[in-house]
Ligand binder design. Structure first.
Ligand code: BDR
Ligand code: CA
Length: 318
């Protein structure tokens, strides 16, 4: 059972992922030992409050008295901060105006929390990151031994043989902090990367959305409301009623890697390109590798039916 420290920018698909993680906890399929938030879809404090709201809705005690939720980096390492209100709403949860959570974020920073929890359980912790990688990059700078202490790092981010979703080539999580992302791919630890190439084909549509809306529980009603906003944002891109719940695929591959199909390649982030800054680059040539970075395990496809059915069943079970 993976011991998960979740780093996110909650965010609609991050919120669905929190519901899914809550069901994994309940089923004894994952242990959630903490959450850190980062700038991205919203500012990192709003992301932490949203995280508390969603965990509480899912019946998980969170904050200072439960699963610790730490506020992380408020800006990227080397560029201005940007948010994603068009995709996630000004409040990050489809402008649904949820009330204040009962729990409060802890005072420790998200990067310090990563280092402390990794050191407290050496070799056990899986970092699951579904936002920009500033907290992970900062944790690597805080503790150079971190790579040897962490079991695995699973990241939703990047685009290879798929167009970008924030610029022509770049995916949002990587583009929001390219320097931090490159630190993560350069470190000597096992990284699983879940890019748009894998997430886009999992886009849910009528069948999934209608089944979600038909279920009468607080979690399903909440998920339906936030998905309505997300679907409106996604429809011009997908040209049908649907949306891509990127972050939940990364969570599912954390507990069940068999749902994905992978290739292994060193990954770098373009840091200087005028049109391509923030793009993930792999070397796909069949030559002896010139890049001596540790290869990243990159999901290039997944069992779409398994993903959609399991995610729906998980939300229905709450
Ligand atoms: C990623 O960007 C964010 O908007 C989503 O939450 C997801 O993590 C997809 O590119
Ligand atoms: Ca996210």
């Amino acid at each position: 059972m993976p011991t998960v420290l979740f780093d996110c920018d909650t965010g609609i698909d991050d919120a669905i992922t929190l519901l899914y993680l809550a069901t994994l906890m309940r089923a004894g399929e994952a242990e959630l030992i903490g959450v850190g938030t980062v700038h991205g879809n919203v500012d990192s404090r709003t992301g932490a409050l949203n995280t508390l709201r969603v965990l509480e809705l899912a019946g998980v005690e969170a904050g200072t008295k439960g699963v610790p939720v730490a506020v992380g980096a408020s800006r990227p390492m080397a560029q201005d901060v940007h948010y994603a209100a068009d995709w996630h709403g000004i409040d990050g949860l489809g402008d649904t105006g949820l009330p204040e959570p009962a729990g409060r974020p802890v005072t420790e920073s998200a990067a310090a929390q990563i280092v402390r929890l990794a050191r407290s359980r050496p070799g056990e912790v899986t970092l699951l990151a579904t936002g920009p990688l500033t907290n992970l990059g900062a944790a690597l700078l805080l503790d150079p031994e971190l790579p040897s202490l962490v079991r695995e790092v699973v990241v939703m981010g990047g685009a290879f043989d798929h167009p970008g979703n924030i610029t022509t080539h770049a995916e949002a999580n990587i583009w929001h902090d390219p320097e931090a992302a490159d630190l993560v791919f350069a470190a000597d630890w096992p990284v699983v990367l879940v890019p748009l190439d894998a997430t886009h084909p999992t886009a849910v549509g009528d069948r999934w959305l209608d089944a979600l809306a038909a279920h009468d529980s607080a979690a399903a009603r909440f998920a339906t409301r936030i998905m309505e906003f997300y679907v409106t944002a996604y429809t011009p891109t997908l040209k049908r009623r649907g949306a891509v719940i990127h972050d939940a695929l990364a969570a599912m591959l954390t507990v069940d890697p068999g749902v994905g199909t992978y290739v292994e390649r060193p990954v770098r982030v373009e840091l200087r390109g005028e049109l391509t800054r923030g793009t993930t680059v792999w070397d796909a040539r069949s030559l002896p590798a010139e890049d001596h970075r540790r290869p990243v395990k990159i999901a290039v496809a997944s069992d779409v039916t398994a993903f959609q059915d399991r995610l729906l069943a998980a939300i229905h079970s709450l």
